[in-house]
Design a protein. Structure first.
Length: 369
């Protein structure tokens, strides 16, 4: 069988000069932020990306920027430099070579190095994807991230509510990352484990609330994360889990590997995709999807453009949440008939408690240990 792949290339920001302090939001304000200054509407904009990136956050933000910048009213003639590297050791030299004054870093795996560079280059403004919690003392830098744990938690609760076999699981073809642990990152450990862990927390929350015994399969206890496989093995692994009666599977995968979920419906199983609304973007896979936990970076991209137009440096981190629509839970598609009125109401109540802070996933993770 030839699996269908959906490739979302990184959209290059070819029509914008940014003076960036990150996307403004209701999140915490970085301490020591310098006063707003007037930015030039024309100038240099450097976008740092990783060659052949597999990070779903990088793909989402790049795509959103491309869509915003493609609008006629936003097109401007500027000098844009794209810095595409494989290793973080190449970044500093490239920024100096290109004489960058405004920098957006798209690769979360580069965050640690970008923060170091920002500390040593106060004259450059940085917006750094994956750096929330790491730039508090830097007036010239802000962090951006998308808290996919929130919709993943809801998806876990929903999965527990609709599973027929009583078995759910999580699988990824992305390698673990050595992410620094810090209280602001919303990740703690590597992103894949954090998102899958929130899905599992949602299942456990359902069990506690309902007194039921939904079981979690395909979890690597020693690593504290989902089952890891190679991309070429992902499709067969999903089918294998379906044969073992794991009928809802949380999948964190390379954005090009969407075809891996094919044929799950034929085995009475469904996937929860991570990053994009897969049922909407690829209708022929719809029957295999329970739902998707989605990054919607459009609000962040628009805020970046607004900052440019107003010439202000906000000094604030941006964290995409359910409340500000930076992350979302897609609809139930073909599986909607499985959702009782009571389950739908429970999910709405949980969503409201997440928005209000009554349900804090970080605290739940800490309590579970």
């Amino acid at each position: 069988m030839r699996l269908r792949k959906l490739s979302i290339p990184l959209a290059l920001a070819a029509t914008l000069a940014l003076t960036l302090g990150g996307c403004a939001s209701s999140s915490k304000t970085s301490s020591g932020a310098k006063p707003a200054t007037v930015a030039k509407t024309r100038g240099e904009f450097c976008l740092v990306e990783k060659k052949k990136s597999q990070d779903i956050r990088a793909v989402a933000l790049s795509k959103a920027l491309g869509e915003v910048l493609a609008k006629p009213e936003n097109k401007k003639t500027v000098k844009t430099e794209t810095i595409s590297v494989e290793k973080t050791s190449q970044i500093g030299g490239q920024l100096k070579k290109k004489k960058c004054k405004n920098v957006l870093s798209l690769e979360p795996g580069f965050a640690r190095e970008m923060v170091r560079v920002a500390k040593n280059n106060a004259e450059i403004n940085f917006a750094i994807l994956g750096a929330i919690g790491q730039v508090k003392a830097l007036p010239n830098a802000s962090g951006i991230d998308f808290d996919l744990r929130q919709p993943a938690f809801l998806a876990g609760y929903a999965a527990a509510g609709v599973t027929k076999s009583g078995l759910v699981g999580a699988v990824s073809d992305l390698p673990p990352e050595d992410t620094d642990k810090n209280p602001g990152s919303a990740l703690g450990k590597d992103p894949v484990s954090a998102w899958a862990g929130a899905f599992r927390l949602g299942v456990e929350y359902y069990n506690q609330f309902k007194g039921s015994g939904i079981r979690f399969s395909s979890w690597e206890q020693s690593a504290g994360g989902p089952l890891r496989v190679k991309s070429k093995e992902l499709h067969q692994q999903l089918l294998k889990l379906a044969d073992e009666k794991v009928d809802v599977i949380f999948v964190v995968a390379n954005p090009e590997e969407t075809g891996a979920v094919a044929e799950l419906a034929a085995k009475d199983a469904a996937a929860v995709w991570t990053g994009q609304d897969l049922a909407a973007s690829t209708p022929d896979l719809k029957a295999n999807m329970l739902t998707s936990v989605v990054i919607d970076a459009s609000g962040c991209a628009k805020q970046l453009l607004k900052q440019l137009k107003t010439g202000s440096i906000s000094g604030r981190d941006y964290r995409g949440t359910l409340k500000n629509s930076g992350v979302k839970l897609a609809g139930w598609g073909d599986y909607a008939p499985r959702f009782s009125d009571s389950l739908t109401a429970e999910l709405a109540g949980i969503r409201s408690q997440i928005d209000s802070g009554k349900i804090d996933i970080t605290k739940l993770e800490t309590h579970r240990g």
